[in-house]
Design a protein around this ligand. Structure first.
Ligand code: GLC
Length: 545
């Protein structure tokens, strides 16, 4: 075994991490909202030690802390307890124990660029400039009753809100109910470190850091530049382009400030106080180099950084190949990639690319065979699409404000379809968002060996048993055609070639070509042909012994 191989890999490099949007996963008490006991009741589906579960290694929970839910949990009013709508601390401990018993590692969402304005810190901070918590947030007198600069909130309007009690503006990069924390205050940083220790002591294995490149803002509050963009993906059909002249803020002074790296290095110190812990960061997209800089010198800041550049515009081998190669080239020495195609903030990949089930399998095949940690968003294993929603049913503040441009994020957040009973088995009550038409569900797909779910389980099982896939190095090689993505994965024990036909055409494998003598070990096809790849085929092969 080399240091690169499976046994010596930390869990967060080795396995699939499942992103659970708890609110929509499983409701145990009929209030229409998913909760911790509901999730606990489904743990076997996620990992039961057999090939008939998903075989995940990590489970990332969307925020389950108390929250007024202006931004559905991303506005936290208490960092050290559980919102009653999701259950109690005892429910959390039961989830933890159930996860542990199955070998699943738990990741909490840590939302510390901002807190809810209902958080006791902010309630205190806003009362007076002399209050000891005042400096936990970012304030400005403004000029002549106007905000101090042109910074805009990501969710619309100015990023500054007037606070009558102190006659100042406070900063909010998102909703006005999400006040930005002051990361230059060292007492605040200590509080955040203690919150991390609190959850680590309860057994949590890691954190997903919300908008981690937003933490520190320009000390001089200088204006951001604006650039004019004239294109926008068409809602519902993002591969088409709408031409709308609009001004877009360039977040030069509000994100990616150098001190953010210091803050992350300190947090990494806390993570490393206990072995086996990790942080994965959401870095709001700038350049790929900037995003990857949050690995530090390779392994000194975030353990993993989501690679949102993987959301290619067109579902083509060339587009995927380019971004994969660029990522591998730019990745600092010692850093491990993290791949993601769907989450609770973006249109599900199945809808983004209009995937048929075979095409979905090719996409999941890609996600689970690349070098790096794959993140699977709940429902992705079924091939779930976005649920179209009537405007009056929207809950997301972004959708409510901007519909139909964009339509908001509710479509990717609708409840999981478990079976073909009422509300797809998600709740006995009224679901907080409508359940998608139950054409597909966990139970129907479990019973169908050709389903996306059966394929995902099979591949995840195969992946976990092959060090080439879960730990090996990777090189992109020439495939049998331009529509195929072809790469090798190599550990000290194994050498495999993965060929994915990202097209609806059969592709011939020319005799004497790189892949022609390889023995298929795994395929989407029951009987893979030695002469060709079927449309959308995913094939893992090895050279003859
Ligand atoms: C992140 C979250 C998103 C939230 C935003 C503000 O992008 O993923 O859901 O709205 O941060 O906290």
């Amino acid at each position: 075994m080399t240091a690169n191989d499976a046994q010596s890999q930390p869990w967060w490099k080795r396995g699939v991490i499942y992103h659970c949007y708890v609110r929509s996963f499983m409701d145990s008490n009929g209030d229409g909202v998913g909760d911790l006991p509901g999730l606990t009741s489904k743990l076997d589906v996620l990992r039961d030690g057999t090939p008939s579960s998903l075989g995940i290694e990590g489970l990332w929970l969307s925020p389950v802390y108390p929250s007024p839910n202006r931004d559905f949990g991303y506005d936290i009013s208490d960092y050290s307890s559980i919102d009653p709508v999701y259950g109690t601390m005892e429910d959390f401990d039961r989830l933890m124990a159930g996860a542990r018993a199955r070998g699943i590692h738990l990741i909490m969402d840590l939302v510390v660029n901002h807190s809810s304005t209902e958080h006791p810190w902010f309630r205190q901070a806003r009362t007076s400039r002399e209050n000891p918590f005042h400096d936990y947030y970012l304030w400005s007198d403004g000029t002549n009753g106007k905000p101090p600069n042109n910074w805009g909130s990501t969710f619309g309007g100015s990023a500054w809100e007037w606070n009558e009690q102190t006659h100042e503006f406070y900063l909010h990069s998102f909703l006005k109910e999400q006040a930005d924390l002051n990361w230059r205050n060292h007492r605040l940083r200590e509080e955040i470190h203690d919150i991390m220790r609190f959850w680590m002591n309860r057994g949590v294995d890691g954190f997903r850091l919300d908008v981690a490149n937003y933490y520190v803002k320009d000390a001089q509050l200088r204006d951001n530049a604006h650039e004019v963009v004239i294109t926008q993906p068409m809602p519902g059909n993002p591969s088409k382009t709408l031409y709308i002249p609009m001004s877009r803020e360039v977040y030069d002074h509000t994100v990616d400030q150098p001190e953010t790296h210091d803050a992350l290095r300190e947090m990494r110190g806390v993570i490393d106080e206990k072995p086996g812990h990790m942080m994965v960061g959401e870095i709001a997209q700038r350049t790929q180099g900037q995003v990857l800089s949050y690995y530090g010198d390779g392994d000194s800041e975030l353990n993993l950084v989501f690679n949102f550049f993987f959301f290619v515009r067109h579902f083509r081998a060339k587009d995927f190949r380019d971004i994969i190669q660029r990522t591998l080239d730019l990745l600092p020495e010692g850093a491990w990639p993290a791949w993601v195609l769907s989450n609770h903030d973006v249109v599900r990949a199945v809808s983004r690319y209009h995937c048929s089930p075979p095409m979905t399998k090719s996409m999941i095949g890609l996600l689970l065979t690349l070098k790096g940690t794959p993140f699977l968003y709940n429902g992705e294993e079924l091939g779930l699409a976005n649920t179209p929603l009537l405007r009056k049913l929207l809950q997301d503040p972004v959708g409510k404000r901007y519909w139909p441009l964009p339509v908001g994020r509710d479509g990717e957040r609708t409840p999981m379809p478990w079976d073909d009973t009422a509300n797809a088995g998600f709740t006995t009550g009224v679901p907080w968002l409508p359940v998608s038409a139950p054409a597909m569900s966990y139970s129907t797909e479990s019973a169908d060996p050709t389903s996306v779910l059966s394929f995902t389980r099979r591949l995840s099982w195969f992946r976990s048993h092959h060090s080439a896939l879960n730990a090996g190095d990777m090189s992109i090689v020439a495939g049998p055609s331009d529509t195929c993505l072809c790469f090798t994965r190599t550990s000290s024990a194994e050498h495999m070639t993965i060929t994915i036909n990202l097209s609806d055409q059969t592709v011939a494998i020319p005799r004497g070509s790189f892949t022609s003598d390889q023995i298929p070990l795994f395929s989407t096809e029951e009987q893979p042909s030695m002469d060709s790849l079927a449309p959308w085929e995913v094939r893992i092969a090895a050279a003859p012994a």
